[in-house]
Design a protein around this ligand. Structure first.
Ligand code: SME
Length: 160
């Protein structure tokens, strides 16, 4: 259908700029949050190398509930404060975890995951969802990924 993915490997900052630009174009004018989360997850999958899972958990009745994603079937409900996703949701701060096995309370949905980044999606001061990316490579994510994905989280905050 839509092929937005860059033809060649890009430096992280350029990759995330291109990803945010594609995501902005794709959600423009569409107000269905599920459709927008699904397309953003698919875009991440096309753009970002070395992932085994990418997608959303939404805040529903005070807990995180699985949303649109790419990857293997995952845990459905995560309480605020638990695991990497619940920690991002409870703190409102991005979590970059170089080694998931060293993160207390990490929830192993996919045994392939070795490192993980989770960004809170905040609208009007409320965490309405989190964006979760998992990698089979240890130490896959750093501040550059956090900064780049922040643009995507800001787009998602308005589009879901
Ligand atoms: N590992 C996450 C759970 C979600 S899965 O990775 C898709 C966590 O600890 O919150």
């Amino acid at each position: 259908m839509y092929d937005f993915a860059p033809a060649a490997a890009l430096p992280k900052a350029e990759l995330y700029d291109a990803l945010a630009s594609a995501a902005g174009a794709l959600v423009e004018g569409e107000r269905d949050g599920v459709a927008n989360m699904a397309n953003i997850a698919a875009l991440i999958w096309q753009f970002v190398p070395d992932l085994n899972w990418a997608g959303f958990y939404r805040t529903v009745d005070g807990e995180l509930v699985l949303g649109p994603f790419m990857g293997k079937p995952a845990c459905i409900r995560i309480p605020f404060g638990q695991g990497v996703c619940g920690t991002a949701a409870a703190s409102g701060e991005t979590q970059v975890v170089a080694d998931v096995h060293a993160f207390p309370g990490h929830i192993a949905c996919d045994a392939d995951s070795r490192s993980e980044i989770v960004l809170p999606i905040i609208r009007d001061g409320v965490v309405i969802a989190v964006l979760d990316l998992d990698s089979p490579l240890p130490g896959r994510f750093n501040d550059e990924d956090a900064q780049g994905l922040q643009k995507l989280a800001a787009i998602a905050a308005r589009a879901i």
